[in-house]
Every structure is written in structure tokens, then in C-alpha cells.
Design a protein around this ligand. Structure first.
Ligand code: ZN
Length: 144
């Protein structure tokens, strides 16, 4: 866990054109950033596939989530050990305070399909860690 990558994820979130909230995601492997993504109004076929985890009917726009945006760019790489990949996800409110950005069921399904174990994300005024194998969450830090 490295605060530096949350700062990068925050930067990524600033590119988002999504109306309600801006989320950024950074994919880290052995201390290096492999990929970056942000949520968007843009729809994406892979988002549509994974949205089956959340929606039964196909009547919703499949706007792209930050995690899937970042992972789509590298999903076919077979030269990396996916179990050593870390995700950092950042969201803040209009007052620039960190807000809950735990991956939704759709993003979590892709994260698990790739074999990623370690997921770090902001929570309301702090950040937390989630392990996709044990399904355990742990609050790492909170701000006053
Ligand atoms: Zn999602």
C-alpha cells in the first residue's frame, strides 16, 4: 500500500466526464503503474458484459467504470503475475473529501476474473483494503 498511488488515482479521476461523480483507478505491478482509468459517460462492450452482475435487463447505458477502463487496456497481458497486481481506486465529493469507491459487483467480477487479489479504495474520509480471495475488508486510515 502506497499513498502515492492514491494521488495518481485522484489525478486520473479529474479526467472523468461523468456527471454525478468522478472515479480514478490506477493499476500497479511491482511498484510500477501498468494502467490508469477513469469513469466516463462513454459506453463500453466489456462494461456491458460485466453489468450482468448488477442488472438483469439490458435497458441501462453501460457507461464505463474506472476499474474496467483501466483493466481493459491490459487484460490480455500474459507476461505478468496477476496475483501481484494492486488496484488503487479514488473518489471524492465536491468538497474534495474522499468518498466510498469500493468496486461495484461488475468491476469486482472482472477484477476476480483476472486474478487480482489486492484492492485499495477510498472510503468516506479515509481508505480501505479489500482482499478478493478472503473477501475481507479492512479500514486502513481515516481522516478527521
Ligand atoms: Zn464498477
Amino acid at each position: 500500500m502506497n499513498d502515492h498511488f492514491f494521488i495518481k488515482a485522484k489525478k486520473a479521476s479529474e479526467f472523468s466526464d461523468f456527471k454525478r461523480y468522478h472515479v480514478g483507478c490506477v493499476v500497479v505491478y511491482k511498484g510500477y503503474i501498468l494502467s490508469v482509468g477513469f469513469n466516463s459517460n462513454k459506453t463500453h462492450p466489456i462494461q456491458k458484459i460485466y453489468n450482468k452482475e448488477r442488472f438483469s435487463a439490458d435497458n441501462t447505458p453501460h457507461s464505463l467504470h474506472a476499474e474496467i477502463a483501466a483493466l481493459c487496456l491490459i487484460k490480455n497481458r500474459n507476461d505478468i503475475d496477476w496475483s501481484s497486481v494492486e488496484l488503487y481506486i479514488y473518489r471524492e465529493n465536491k468538497k474534495k473529501e474522499p468518498r466510498m469507491s469500493k468496486p461495484c459487483a461488475s468491476c469486482l467480477a472482472m477484477i476476480k476474473d483476472l486474478g487480482i487479489v489486492d484492492v485499495y479504495y477510498t472510503i468516506d474520509n479515509g481508505y480501505a483494503y479489500y482482499n478478493t480471495i478472503t473477501n475481507k475488508e479492512e479500514v486502513m486510515k481515516t481522516y478527521d
